[in-house]
Design a protein around this ligand. Structure first.
Ligand code: SAH
Ligand code: TYD
Length: 403
């Protein structure tokens, strides 16, 4: 395959086999024409950019029935409240005399972050193609364009609105295949010295924890500081700072400024060379990652088979899109996991993509099983606190449990 950013030929490091849509929960288990694609992964190790070889058509994934609602985790609700505070602080510090401040969020979902910007009386705009979630954000008074963000759309936005002081995005840039077009679109939208701030699951964490479940149809990329520095500099956006976050099992927030003369922060300089020390700029690190995925695949399924042989009751906790990759890659279905409990109303009563494990409401967590597979492992702290009276075992697919 060719790197979507630089156009050079890059090698395949692993294939996770035939995979369905990560969020493609089904109404019936006996569906015959379910969509599958081969989920193979390539890497451009010159800039530490992991990418899917092919990504399903975005319209297939983001539509008026999109399953992911940002407000389902209290921890994330709090995270976006804090994010809004940080954006407001940046606006006050960097643009004290600007009376026409404007914030645009890409992939604003149900408005969980912009809600706080609106409340402060700051002009803002959401861009969110999935109409069901965009409608919720409207209820919070957030003006939202229900389209896919692109350079073309950035021109349209500028015809009706104005240049932004801050463009923010969470867990969406890794979804957008046309990365060069995206970088150009962000640069267009921003005022001079404006900030592009975005966060996505971090490649460094995925390599370290072997959290390969971050790879699914929607996540066409896993980024690093080195890749972001390289991709966005071509469009006049300088990576100036980064902040590691605990969200989504380890994310990185990138701060870029529309001013190529800006300085890099000390923490960014450290992180860039840390990535080099970790081997993220050489192919061997990714080959090792691929080998470790295979180790955990075998270990995970063996543990479930053993539990079944021991007559243990096993259920899943959290029907995440990430779990779609695990179940299909490890070839695990309802024969090994009775059902998965989830709190999202639109997932309850459905069946997981590909492997068709039933999804049941949270009420079904009782009577407690002997073994619970924590698919929402990224919310471990929140969930373990909530389930302090659960006396059974927890397990995940993560590498540390199989070495
Ligand atoms: N920012 C939220 C939602 C992340 S899910 C959060 O972190 O919780 C990704 C969101 O991006 C979905 O709501 C999806 O509909 C939207 N999205 C996908 N492709 C997009 C694109 N090209 N432009 C704007 N939004 C997009
Ligand atoms: P999440 O890990 O945020 O996303 P993704 O789908 O991107 O992998 O999804 C968490 C899922 O777990 C979501 O469907 C809601 C569910 N969940 C629970 O069932 N109980 C909980 O206490 C929490 C925090 C999440």
């Amino acid at each position: 395959m060719k790197c979507r950013s630089t156009g050079v030929d890059i090698p395949r490091i692993i294939t996770y086999g035939q995979q369905p849509l990560g969020n493609g929960f089904l109404d019936r288990p006996d569906i015959e024409d379910e969509y599958f694609f081969e989920m193979a992964v390539g890497v451009n190790s010159d800039i530490a950019l992991l990418q899917l070889e092919v990504q399903p058509n975005p319209e297939q994934m983001f539509h008026d029935n999109y399953a992911f609602y940002s407000r389902t985790s209290n921890f994330m609700v709090n995270h976006f409240n804090e994010t809004a505070d940080e954006i407001i602080e940046i606006l006050e510090e960097d643009f004290p005399k600007d009376n026409d401040k404007f914030v645009v969020e890409i992939g604003s979902n149900d408005g969980v972050m912009l809600e706080h910007i609106v409340k402060k009386g700051i002009d803002c705009l959401g861009v969110e193609p999935s109409e069901n979630v965009a409608k919720i954000s409207n209820q919070y008074g957030i003006e939202t364009i229900s389209e896919f963000f692109s350079t073309e759309l950035s021109h349209k936005i500028l015809e009706s609105y104005k240049n932004a002081n801050v463009v923010y995005a969470a867990n969406v840039f890794c979804h957008i295949p046309e990365i060069n077009d995206l970088a150009e679109a962000c640069s267009n939208l921003l005022k001079d010295n404006g900030y592009l701030i975005f966060e996505d699951p971090y490649l460094g964490d995925v390599i370290e924890k072997v959290s390969y479940d971050q790879i699914y149809d929607e996540h066409v990329y896993l980024f690093s500081c080195n890749s972001i520095k390289s991709i966005f500099a071509k469009y006049g956006l300088k990576l100036v700072k980064c902040k590691h976050l605990s969200t989504h099992g380890g994310s990185m927030r990138y701060y870029l400024k529309k001013n190529m003369d800006s300085d890099e922060s000390t923490s960014l300089i450290k992180q860039l060379s840390h990535e080099d020390h970790l081997g993220m700029l050489s192919i061997e690190a990714y080959q090792k990652f691929a080998e470790r995925c295979e180790v955990t695949k075998i270990g995970f399924k063996d543990r479930l088979i053993k539990a079944k042989e021991d007559n243990k009751r096993v259920i899943g906790y959290g029907a995440t899109s990430k779990s779609t990759t695990i179940l299909n890659y490890c070839d695990v279905g309802p024969e090994l996991i009775e059902f998965i409990t989830d709190t999202t109303p639109t997932k309850i009563g459905k069946f997981t993509p590909g492997k068709h494990v039933p999804v049941k409401s949270y009420d079904y967590f009782e009577p407690h099983p002997d073994l619970a597979v924590l698919f929402a492992w990224n919310h471990k702290k929140e969930i373990l606190a909530k389930e302090s009276n659960y006396m059974g075992e927890w397990m995940t697919h993560l590498y540390e449990e199989y070495v």
